[in-house]
Write a protein that binds this ligand. Structure first.
Ligand code: ATP
Length: 919
């Protein structure tokens, strides 16, 4: 059923606002909560459903049309024509099972990534029942009055009711990347979506703020209509997947070449019939093609993404998982990422004296203390003015906690919330103050100016209230309020103020300066630069924002992992350094480069600075872009955090852009590769660890899958080069059993292996290092594979020997031959059992991580053994797979295999650990 909708938003541009209110049965106080529920039921959720994806059917079929699948289909047909009906059916059945398994893996991977999208709800601030509320953007309904803030995405097609400096980035709709100015007054503009007083869902507010009435929501919005038309979502293929694709193709080609060679040799050298030679060659090809690789990698990446999500790091696409593992430098904000973002004002500094403030965090249980007495508003002119400016120049609302031990709920920023709570401690009556001194204009905070200004109207007298970073504010102050008197600000005053600030900053505290200016005349419109000058300095509020408790361990982990952390903050140099030293990011020898110094630096100077210990303070977000670019040119793989609109370029530029999920703007989230749902630096480190783990797991199962190639191929080589004198020790069906049957589940288990101890004690792997390196190949073929090949061939001869055959006359049919091939197969499977356990760690002892700690692998091994038993003891299967029951002595041989194999590898790992320690 189509969603009921109103006319297109553009058609409401020229109707008087009152009429729009009437048509949408709403008012400037918004609709009621009850009405919102009704409308939600009628108009549906405010969400966009994308055009349908690649159909599941197509995805399913794709798994049966790969090169290897086609080879198997054809082989079945040839087997059929050669009169080997059972073989034909078995080959097809194996092919079918393999295809279904791959499809399941892809499906599971898709589900894992899809579920992430639901973990990132967007919120909108709406006015309902006359009250500001934060609701899930999906619950926004037509007629809702909602707030638009710089950096956030616009949730619905809407008509503006009020707007200050609103600029909207409409590139998602129009492709135009320069933001458009939007105003309450109507101007038609050029082209579609250009009406100045209409904003559209899916676009973003680049600056300013506004209030608007929602007209159409969800699929009824212009963006929804377009989304409906777009077809398949583009699938991002990660470099790793590309590399694997390439690798699979190369190996497959090689396998086919070997197959053709073996086919020719079998016909001319062994004089085998053509059909049998073909099936024989097929065995070789199947043995070498790493069929299950790609879906297993995709699933492994997707599972990594899911584990990261549990650790509060949402990764947008699979390729970021790999890049995380390569990260060498993290450029991190301070406030909220390294610290708790739980601001508490604990001191107030005025030229006339200092006040202590007690009480922690957002619990309003403290007081401002003057001479051991709690201070109440109205008793000291200077202090009152500081409090008054702090709360009126403020866009945050704080909802009182339900009980004394609970935290207050804040709608806005922690810095501003701390100021509101400060004023509450002095029993300041905010609503009556707001009514007495209504706000006329606002110049919003931006991280370039690092301040915010409002103009308040006191019965016709206009006063600008300013709060912001001390250095910038002092530079535009000419007067000072001292003991109720205003006098010129002298150089001596500046020094005193800066010295006081330095004192606090050295203790890691954060200051916010407060000033005002009485404006000379009434003016219809004010320019920011005209207002922000000749200020009267009032005082400082000093806030504590303690480091997150888990940060110390996270920083230590980064250092052990050779990952550098560079703090890039908007806060002051001293506060930044004090915190950086406290949490161990740098020593106290670190150089602090301020934004101004950075701007004056040449590239060469910056490069030199970046090669030493460094902190960036008082920088504008735009400057991060330069830092990131320079680090990248130095060969670093850079992760960078950010939360504001201006952070977007750096987030895009970084190899891993990380946005803050709680405090970040939608623009930052949109530009980022990863979103932290808890804004916590420690989550970045956890994600890096997970990224390293996923990559190492992929290498582990690659090693596991490749190592069975040699024992699978060796019997055919033995057969060929003995010119058929030694009957084929492993039949084609048996090769298929290992490759597409018993190997699958343990490989999957290796993909889900937990982080190996010490994975964060190694340096990051080289950028673009190859997955399949020489070391891995050597281990697969020269070590695990070789041992398995020797043991399985030995198994074949042992079975013959037990049956009384000599080397010259080996059994080539009947029960004895079946027993001998079963022995080869079973030996390979038992070697693979050892390999699955051995591959679990690169260097650590597998006993240290717990031999049975990966339940999937144990499950896979049990499955392997059960399948082998079924093949051996089930008469129908015996026929197809050329198998037979084994005797006690042979079972003893098999059961004994994993033990020395594990022990030998433990010795190798021990030496490898020693080499790392001593090197
Ligand atoms: P980080 O960059 O590590 O997150 P930060 O929060 O200090 O640190 P910004 O948000 O860029 O960085 O703020 C820079 C400075 O601007 C702050 O140190 C503070 O002095 C001032 N400031 C922060 N919030 C406000 C605000 N709401 N109103 C006025 N000034 C503010």
């Amino acid at each position: 059923m189509a969603q009921p909708k109103f006319k297109a938003a553009g058609e409401y541009a020229q109707i008087p606002l009152e009429q729009v209110f009437q048509q949408f049965k709403t008012s400037s106080a918004g609709i009621s909560g009850q009405e919102a529920t009704k409308r939600l039921a009628k108009f549906g959720q405010n969400t966009i459903q994308r055009g349908h994806r690649q159909s599941q059917f197509k995805l399913f079929i794709k798994n049966f049309t790969s090169l290897m699948a086609i080879l198997l289909w054809v082989s079945g047909i040839i087997a059929l024509f050669a009169g080997m009906l059972e073989l034909a059916i078995a080959i097809w059945a194996v092919n079918l099972i393999n295809g279904i398994f791959s499809f399941w893996q892809e499906h599971a991977a898709q589900k894992a990534t899809d579920s992430l999208r639901q973990m990132l709800p967007a919120y909108t601030q709406v006015l309902r029942d006359g009250q500001q509320q934060r609701v899930d953007a999906a619950d926004l309904v037509p007629g809702d009055i909602f707030t638009i803030q710089a950096g956030n995405s616009i949730s619905a097609d809407a008509r503006l009711i009020s707007a200050t400096g609103l600029q909207v980035d409409e590139s998602a709709l129009t492709g135009e990347s320069v933001p458009e100015s939007k105003t309450v007054a109507y101007q038609p503009g050029d082209g579609k979506f250009a009406e100045s007083n209409i904003v559209y869902a899916g676009t973003m507010a680049a600056s300013g703020d506004a209030q608007a009435i929602a007209l159409n929501t969800g699929m009824a919005t212009e963006f929804g209509q377009i989304a409906q038309l777009t077809q398949n979502q583009k699938q991002n293929v990660s470099p790793l997947q590309k590399e694997l694709n390439h690798l699979t193709q190369q190996i497959s080609l090689l396998a086919i070449l070997i197959g053709v060679l073996f086919f020719i040799l079998a016909i001319f050298f062994v004089h085998y019939p053509i059909a049998k030679s073909f099936i024989f060659a097929l065995g070789m090809i199947v043995a070498f093609i790493p069929e299950g690789l790609l879906p297993t990698v995709t699933l492994s990446l997707a599972q990594g993404v899911q584990r990261m999500a549990k650790k509060h790091a949402l990764v947008k696409d699979l390729s970021s998982v790999e890049t995380l593992g390569e990260t060498t430098v993290i450029c991190s904000d301070k406030t909220g990422t390294l610290t708790q973002n739980q601001m508490t004002v604990n001191h107030i500094w005025l030229p006339s004296g200092e006040y202590k403030v007690s009480g922690q965090g957002y619990v309003n249980n403290g007081q401002i203390q003057t001479d051991q007495q709690p201070y109440t508003f109205g008793h000291n002119h200077d202090l009152d003015l500081l409090l008054q400016i702090s709360v009126l120049n403020n866009n945050t609302t704080v909802k009182a906690p339900q009980t004394a031990d609970k935290q207050a709920k804040i709608l806005g920023t922690p810095t501003e919330a701390a100021l509101i709570i400060l004023a509450e401690k002095a029993q300041l009556d905010l609503p009556s103050l707001q009514a007495k001194l209504p706000r006329q204009t606002e110049f919003p905070f931006d991280s370039e100016r690092k301040r915010m200004t409002t103009i308040q109207n006191d019965h016709g007298q206009l006063t600008a209230y300013v709060k912001g970073a001390l250095d910038g504010l002092l530079a535009i102050s000419t007067l000072i309020l001292d003991n109720g008197q205003v006098r010129p600000l002298t150089e001596q005053d500046r020094q005193t103020i800066l010295a006081a600030d330095k004192n606090y900053a050295a203790a890691g505290l954060r200051s916010l300066a407060v000033a005002y200016r009485q404006l000379p005349v009434q003016q219809a419109e004010w320019q920011q630069a005209d207002v922000e000058q000749q200020l009267t300095f009032v005082g400082l509020t000093i806030m504590a924002d303690p480091p997150r408790p888990e940060i110390y361990a996270a920083v230590a982990k980064c250092h052990a992992a050779n990952i550098r952390i560079i703090m890039v903050t908007g806060d002051s140099a001293l506060t930044a350094k004090s915190i950086a030293c406290k949490i161990g990011i740098t020593s106290d020898q670190a150089r602090v480069v301020t934004g101004d110094e950075l701007a004056a630096m040449s590239d060469a100077e910056l490069k030199t600075a970046l090669s030493g210990e460094l902190i960036f303070a008082r920088v504008a977000p735009e400057q991060k872009y330069r830092v990131v670019t320079m680090l990248q040119s130095m060969g670093e793989v850079v992760a960078s955090t950010g939360d504001g609109v201006n952070d977007a370029p750096a987030l895009k530029k970084a190899d891993i852009g990380i946005a803050m999920g709680m405090t970040g703007t939608d623009v930052a989230k949109d530009a980022a590769d990863m979103i932290l749902t808890d804004d916590n630096f420690a989550s970045i480190v956890a994600a890096i660890e997970e990224g390293r783990t996923v990559y190492s797991n992929i290498q582990k199962f690659l090693l596991y899958i490749l190592n069975s190639n040699l024992p699978e191929a060796a019997p055919s080589v033995v057969f060929l080069f003995s010119r058929g004198l030694i009957p084929l020790p492993l039949t084609v069906m048996q090769i298929l059993t290992v490759d597409l049957g018993t190997d699958m589940l343990p490989a999957l288990g290796l993909g889900a292996e937990r982080s190996e101890p010490g994975i964060m004690a190694q340096p990051p792997r080289a950028h673009n290092a190859h997955l399949l390196n020489r070391q891995l190949l050597w281990k697969a073929f020269g070590w695990y594979g070789l041992i398995a090949a020797i043991l399985s061939t030995a198994g074949y001869f042992i079975a013959n020997h037990v049956n009384g055959w000599t080397l010259a006359t080996l059994a080539n049919s009947g029960l004895d031959y079946r027993q001998a091939t079963t022995m080869t197969l079973a030996t390979i499977i038992f070697c693979q059992i050892a390999a699955a356990l051995n591959c679990r760690t690169k260097r650590s002892s597998v006993f240290r991580i717990g031999l049975f700690s990966n339940r999937r692998i144990i499950g896979g091994i049990i499955f392997e053994v059960l399948l082998l038993l079924a093949l051996m003891y089930q008469p129908e299967l015996q026929l197809i797979f050329n198998t037979a029951p084994l005797r006690g002595s042979e079972w003893l041989y098999l059961l004994a295999i994993p033990i020395p194999l594990i022990l030998i590898d433990e010795v190798r790992k021990y030496w490898s650990r020693r080499r790392v320690v001593t090197s």
